[in-house]
Design a protein around this ligand. Structure first.
Ligand SMILES: [Zn+2]
Ligand SMILES: [Zn+2]
Length: 352
């Protein structure tokens, strides 16, 4: 007696998941019969990550492979070079890493890539490591990917704390990570609410959009600038008795001074900006912004000079004001849920 294909599909998927989708997990299944080989390969290739141009070429050598891919994770560069025929795929979700794209080449990349996306089937689109989020990008997405239910656009992956303060500063200089405050070139002031209104209007054609993740900070770019310029040597002095050079940087999330100056106002701006988005995007249920002030995560070294009582008082005060504890993770995301009832919109911050 042979099992229905749906049940075999389910078994193969379980086998794949049990071993982190490694090909070795389905190798034995794929030699049992022609039918099992087909089902195993189809399941394996339904979710694919292609980060190198050479691998893209090898994928094309496998018969039928492109018709099996439903979830593709790759780079903007690979799509730009047409190394994978994405327009012929029936993709449900697409994740693109945009590290190779500069501020100057972003518009060209958008215009090159978007006409080739499989727009009718695509419900989830994620663009990470962008140099900035522009109106052209938002409008092009809204115009072409009408069925999107989930959208993630993010620049913060380009900020790096892996090396030293100088590298942290350099990584921040090439990206528009905080597109609010005064624009030096035009002298225009953009508030977090203006920005959310702009994003909401650009994305308005996306009538089914439920989840929106925007990886920029709603605090002023001055927060990071001042943090690097003025707060960078506090920890370094304790660690090395010297300047911040060669010392591993920490973000405003872990900085007492930044929290005291900007924490509360940024959290309020994030809430109001989410409300603006919810007013413009009628199906939205979930929103996420990059945030330095989402979770309280103060490194104890910074306050090591304070006596224990002072330190405890400070912690209690922060917990009382922000409803957070020092054990919360160093997340750079503020997440909000939206509820609509009788034409009223309710927005609240998720704390877990
Ligand atoms: Zn460095
Ligand atoms: Zn700081």
């Amino acid at each position: 007696m042979s099992l229905p294909v749906e049940i075999i599909d389910g078994i193969v998927e379980e086998v794949l998941l049990s071993q982190s989708r490694a090909f070795s997990s389905i190798a034995a299944l794929s030699v049992v019969s022609r039918q099992l080989r087909y089902i195993s390969l189809r399941a394996y290739f339904s979710r694919l990550t292609v980060s190198k141009l050479t691998r893209a070429g090898r994928i094309l050598d496998i018969p039928n492979c492109c018709s099996w891919i439903r979830h593709l994770s790759t780079t903007m560069q690979i799509i730009e070079k047409r190394s994978l025929p994405v327009s012929k795929m029936k993709l449900w979700s697409l994740e693109l890493t945009c590290e190779s794209v500069s501020v100057f080449s972003l518009a060209a990349s958008i215009l090159l890539v978007f006409p080739h996306l499989p727009v009718t089937t695509l419900v989830s689109l994620k663009l990470r490591s962008l140099p900035r989020i522009t109106q052209l990008l938002l409008k092009e997405i809204a115009r072409r990917c009408a069925n999107l239910r989930e959208l993630e656009l993010s620049v913060i992956e380009r900020l790096s704390t892996d090396c030293c303060w100088a590298c942290f500063e350099e990584s921040s200089s090439g990206v528009k990570h905080s597109p609010v405050g005064v624009d030096a070139s035009s002298c225009d002031t953009t508030t977090a609410r203006d920005l959310a209104t702009l994003y909401g209007r650009c994305l308005q054609p996306l009538a089914n959009l439920k989840r929106l993740s925007i990886g920029v900070f709603l605090s002023s770019p001055v927060v990071l600038k001042k943090h690097i310029e003025d707060h960078s040597d506090a920890l370094a002095r304790q660690q090395q008795g010297a300047t911040g050079l060669g010392c591993r940087p920490y973000t405003p999330t872990k900085c007492v001074q930044c929290w005291e100056t900007h924490g509360l106002s940024t959290r309020e701006d994030e809430l109001l900006a989410t409300m603006r988005l919810a007013q413009n995007l009628k199906s939205l249920e979930w929103v996420r912004w990059s945030s330095w002030f989402s979770y309280w995560n103060l490194p104890l070294q910074v306050t090591a000079t304070a006596n224990e009582d002072d330190k405890r008082d400070k912690m209690n005060e922060q917990e009382r004001v922000f409803g957070l504890t020092k054990d919360d993770v160093d997340a750079q995301w503020a997440t909000f849920e939206i509820e609509r009832r009788e034409k009223r919109i309710k927005v609240w911050r998720r704390t877990s």
